[in-house]
Design a protein around this ligand. Structure first.
Ligand code: COA
Length: 328
């Protein structure tokens, strides 16, 4: 009796920033960014917080399902840019959408956050702990980007996506398998140096620009390209899915070259990969649910489609989920 995705929604802020925006601020070029990452433009919210990106995504998701926020039992928010360190972004979202019967919490797994949250909600729905779970992946990365650091500021964007998870009696659809990994040894390659309990905010941490994303891009790339491909291939093998059976690979959108390496290892064609990195950059926890929602509302997903989700992110965290799409 599987859990399945019964609705989706997404939101990106309207403000578009193309690669040329960075050219007079840092030593970079449109050509370098396109070639090395695949990104052409991204969205940055010029006002509001992460919850303000989430609310419209949730409204679209609930409207499509035809339910009110009061029917939600659980809210999981995968994010590294919650409105505040506490209370949780889930609590803020609960208040803003009026989901007064829901409990919930945030999940911190960076770019794999949505995968971790989806796996958690699936287990809770399967166990009968909750009936309707909202799983949200959202980040306002512009709030932690150093716009003087060319290694990081060109890579990310702001956005939110969400799915509704419910139980179904239809065994032919639903979330079928999950593989998740973590390796804390990778923490030093991608993190926020200050602002946590190891290095609380001070005048010095602000002056040293330690509240922004720090990344050793080469090392992250090296691990991501291996980790994401390996786990996606393994989930195919253990579920006996051939490349031709897969309707879509839904990869985390960090770098087009990482996505392409994963696709090649899986042996699937380019037109079977959800790619929107050129429009939004890396929205961290937002990338995978934004893809699912965009493809669904563009009518490119149909009931029975076999999907492989795959991600890699800070922690390191990575994983893959196999599901069969259940809504037309
Ligand atoms: N514009 C121009 N040059 C840049 C640049 C930019 N925005 N950013 C870095 N460079 C420079 C580097 O300083 C380096 O110069 P050097 O050789 O003089 O030191 C050169 O470009 C090549 O750097 P390198 O790191 O080898 O480039 P790359 O091909 O690995 O691409 C990333 C850099 C960041 C795009 C790539 O490493 C990457 O995508 N990493 C993983 C990112 C990721 O997945 N992050 C999120 C985790 S999910």
């Amino acid at each position: 009796m599987p859990a399945y995705i019964s609705s989706v929604g997404h939101y990106v802020p309207p403000e578009v920033f193309d690669n040329k925006y960075f050219e007079d601020k840092i030593d970079t070029s449109d050509e370098w960014i396109r070639e090395r990452t695949g990104i052409i433009e991204r969205r940055f919210a010029t006002s509001g917080a992460t919850s303000d990106l989430i609310v419209p995504a949730v409204q679209q998701c609930l409207e499509k399902r035809g339910i009110t926020a009061e029917e939600i039992d659980l809210i999981l928010v995968a994010t590294i840019t919650a409105d505040n360190n506490f209370p949780s972004c889930a609590a803020t979202v609960q208040r803003k959408i009026g989901a007064k019967n829901a409990w919930g919490y945030d999940i911190s797994a960076a770019c794999s956050g949505f995968m971790y949250a989806l796996a958690t909600a699936t287990s809770m729905v399967n166990a009968g702990v909750v009936k309707k779970a909202l799983v949200i992946g959202a980040d306002k990365m512009s709030s932690i980007l150093d716009f003087t650091d060319r290694n990081t500021c060109i890579l990310f964007g702001d956005g939110a996506g969400c799915v509704l998870i419910e139980h179904t009696d239809d065994e032919s659809i639903g979330i079928k398998d999950t593989i998740l990994h973590m390796d804390g040894e990778g923490g030093k390659f991608l993190y926020q140096i200050a602002g946590g309990s190891s290095k609380p905010a001070s005048l010095e941490t602000v002056e040293n620009r330690e509240h922004f994303v720090y990344q050793d891009g080469k090392n992250v790339y090296k691990h991501a390209v291996v980790g994401m491909a390996e786990v996606a291939v393994r989930i195919m093998e253990r579920n006996n899915i051939s490349p031709s059976e897969i309707a879509y690979l839904v990869p985390h959108q960090a770098n087009l070259r990482i996505i392409d390496a994963t696709r090649q290892r899986m042996g699937i064609d380019y037109d079977k990969v959800m790619i929107n990195i050129q429009k939004y950059g890396n929205t961290t926890a937002g990338t995978i649910p934004i893809c699912l929602s965009e493809w669904y509302y563009d009518k490119k997903l149909k009931k029975g489609d076999k999907l492989i989700l795959a991600s890699f992110g800070a922690g390191f965290t990575w994983g893959s989920i196999y599901l069969i799409w259940g809504i037309d």
